[in-house]
Design a protein around this ligand. Structure first.
Ligand code: FAD
Ligand code: UDP
Length: 397
């Protein structure tokens, strides 16, 4: 158990580098600093576990691995990231597929020829479907400036209204006209029947689970790495001493919190997860079912046993008469809630620029990760950013 191995002596507190946050950014940079440069790193996290938002835990009744902070699917086209992560875990051949329920009917996602033909009760060929959607997208500007314009330009008004408009309203509770077009560019649109959710070259889930992956990263760092959990950068007295010593710090917490919100709070979306163990073998027949309409209020249901069919012979789960489902509800973030998705309006971006200007004067503090950079990073992009940051700073450590 990691927590037992955590040292609390004063000796811990004389590292070369302090890393705040044991999520993927913090773990990656700590691993590089210890293993490549032989530096002594102290890695802290305010939570009682490593892995940040990618952490998982086995449900106590069924033994099914559940992702603690929402379903996490690893996918990347970045060759160097794929090589990097494979040092610490093998991946299954899981391929993510998502379905959505609209007006009482289930459709495949992302929007593909199957979705289009089912929605229009048609049998369009790829070329016919392209012509149809192009006609329905004609009202969108050539250079979309926001999520609504981007969505309509990609799939036309009727499909946008059915599958994107209300889901996005539930998810962001911000007018689609104020949201970045990048949010929707994440989703592919295909004029064939391929319903893989991601386009990436590599995809899979860690064979022995997320925690084994992250624990292995820590183990490979050996004695150069000390880890302290349940340790808040801002309130822990020993960390306070270390801060005052001017130690080089990689900080992966929220950037506005670092500066005591002096320019205001960056806006986030938070989530509520409502978990249930059910006495059925298979609740929904797929890992993730989205709900495209304003009712029900949740955006999606995750059924975790479907992420690892290879773990269960002749059935699905260790206890195959039961299943675990988690309903995901989006909510406005208030201080004390977990920050999940950066809302990233023009006002947020202007505020971020001010915080970043302060950060550029703080030469001993390096900001990174989704909270430190206020960025909607997938796991592979987080790792890539941490590897790039390591390359940038290695000569000054
Ligand atoms: P985090 O994982 O948030 O780690 C930051 C850590 O810093 C946290 O553990 C926090 O406790 C700690 N910390 C903050 N402040 C302090 C402090 N003051 N003192 C001490 N510790 C502190 N990516 C994918 O590739 N595929 C997916 O399917 C996917 N699904 C996602 C689903 C959801 C709901 C969300 C929100 C994100 C998803 N992501 C996914 C993105 C993925 O979660 C991130 O890329 C990744 O977690 C970023 O790692 P990080 O280290 O930057 O941040
Ligand atoms: N989205 C949507 N309908 C869906 C799925 C996604 O409108 O059924 C939009 C929504 O705005 C969402 C964005 O596309 O925030 C990105 O979707 P993705 O599934 O990548 O979101 P994540 O898994 O990061 O929450």
């Amino acid at each position: 158990m990691l927590r037992k191995s955590v040292k609390n002596s004063k000796e811990d507190l004389r590292p070369d580098v302090l890393v705040v946050g044991a999520g993927l950014f913090g773990l990656t940079i700590a691993e590089r600093l210890t293993r490549i440069l032989g530096k002594h790193v102290l890695l802290i996290d305010q939570r009682n576990h490593i892995g940040g938002n990618c952490a998982s835990e086995n449900d106590s009744i069924t033994g099914i691995e559940c992702h603690k902070y929402g379903a996490h699917l690893f996918h990347t086209s970045l060759e160097h990231v794929w090589q990097y992560v494979n040092q610490f875990t093998k991946f299954t051949n899981y391929v993510h597929k998502v379905y959505t329920t609209h007006d009482g009917v289930v459709y495949p996602l992302p929007i593909n020829l199957g979705t289009i033909n089912q929605f229009f009760q048609a049998a369009y060929t790829p070329d016919e479907a392209k012509v149809k959607i192009a006609g329905q997208a004609a009202s969108a500007p050539e250079h979309p400036q926001n999520l609504a314009e981007q969505g309509i330009s990609l799939i036309g008004q009727p499909l946008f209204d059915a599958f994107i408009k209300n889901y996005t309203a539930k998810q962001w509770q911000t007018p689609a006209e104020e949201l970045s077009p990048d949010i929707i560019k994440r989703l592919p649109v295909r004029y064939n029947y391929d319903n893989r959710y991601f386009n990436d070259t590599y995809e899979g889930l860690p064979v022995n689970g997320y925690n084994a992956w992250f624990q292995n990263m820590i183990s490979q760092c050996g004695k150069n790495l000390s880890v302290r959990l349940e340790t808040d950068y801002f309130t822990d007295p020993e960390i306070q001493e270390l801060r005052e010593s001017g130690i080089l710090t990689i900080y992966t917490g929220p950037i506005d919190r670092f500066y005591d919100y002096r320019f205001g709070e960056l806006k986030w979306r938070s989530l509520d997860f409502k978990k249930e163990v059910l006495d059925v073998d298979d609740f929904q027949g797929c890992p993730v079912m989205n709900y495209a309409d304003l009712e029900p209020k949740y955006t999606r249901i995750h059924e975790f046993k479907h992420f690892h069919p290879e773990r269960h012979t002749g059935g699905y789960a260790p206890n195959s008469s039961k299943t675990v489902i988690v309903r995901e509800y989006s909510k406005t973030w208030h201080r004390g809630d977990e920050p999940y998705y950066p809302v990233n309006t023009a006002e947020d971006r202007a505020m971020l620029t001010k915080y970043q200007a302060l950060a550029s004067d703080d030469t001993n503090i390096i900001f990174g990760g989704r909270l430190g950079e206020y960025a909607y990073y997938d796991m592979d992009k987080t790792i890539a950013a941490a590897l790039a940051k390591f390359d940038e700073i290695q000569n000054r450590v």
